[in-house]
Ligand binder design. Structure first.
Ligand code: DGP
Length: 228
């Protein structure tokens, strides 16, 4: 696999997205262990990072102990990514593969899914423009009904079937509006090891040729009706 070759000049940037309880965190950890087990270097980054000052405010919001204006909390989530991005870029340059558990895509769709008419998907995407564009985006696809059957569902603010259904639709709209993004839809309703095998196969196809200079750009128009 190219990610473990000694000649590799940089690491790859992998993002794993999905609904709540789609199994992202377990799969990120398994992917991390897989890459390291194959002799590569890897770092697992989870957003929101609840340990930083912005992350602590986000955590209070998600666990329901404080209320926040929709726009304000949205920008805090984005700030939580911006404050980490230089470090991620440095690691990539140093040959470390970085696996990110939730990124700008969650950032835009969870806020837009609230249904606030003043917080559209386009508005929500704007603060993400300029962040590093991943080499590969894996979307762990699961129905909201299936996700709701999994452990600890409902603990946090966005964990309702209605919200998750809107989030899923918006994820697909967003992916359709981003140019040149390598998105792999993975059926996350299957056994954990079966899902991992699909993820490892996808990673083996990613090329880390050339510098990671690309950043996320403006959204394009929605050309198809894939989201309805
Ligand atoms: P997690 O720690 O992966 O369970 O994520 C916590 C919750 O926060 C989850 O419901 C998804 C949501 N979330 C993650 N990132 C963002 C973001 O940037 N903006 C908003 N509005 N919600 C987010």
């Amino acid at each position: 696999m190219h990610d473990t070759q000694e000649s590799q000049s940089r690491g790859i940037l992998i993002v794993i997205e999905g609904l709540d309880r789609s199994g992202k965190s377990s799969q990120c950890q398994k992917l991390h262990d897989h890459l390291v087990g194959n002799g590569g270097q890897a770092r697992y980054v989870k957003f929101p990072d609840r340990t930083t000052p912005t992350g602590k405010m986000i955590n209070s919001y998600l666990t329901g102990s404080v209320e926040q204006d929709d726009h304000s909390i949205h920008l805090l989530f984005s700030a939580n990514r911006w404050e980490a991005i230089k470090g991620i870029g440095r690691d990539i340059s140093n040959g470390i593969n970085v696996i990110i558990d939730r990124y700008s895509f969650s950032g835009a769709v969870y806020s837009a899914a609230k249904g606030n008419p003043e917080l559209s998907l386009d508005w929500a995407w704007y603060p993400e423009i300029g962040l590093l564009k991943p080499d590969l985006l894996l979307f762990l696809d699961i129905s909201p009904e299936e996700a709701a059957k999994r452990g600890n569902y409902g603990d946090e603010r966005y964990e309702t079937e209605k919200m998750q259904a809107r989030v899923r639709t918006l994820f697909k709209e967003l992916f359709a509006r981003i140019d040149d993004l390598d998105v792999w839809l993975v059926d996350a309703g299957r056994a954990i090891d079966v899902v991992s095998q699909d993820i490892f196969a996808a990673i083996a196809k990613v090329s880390s040729d050339g510098p990671l200079t690309e950043s996320l750009g403006k959204l394009g128009p929605l050309l198809s009706s894939t989201t309805t």
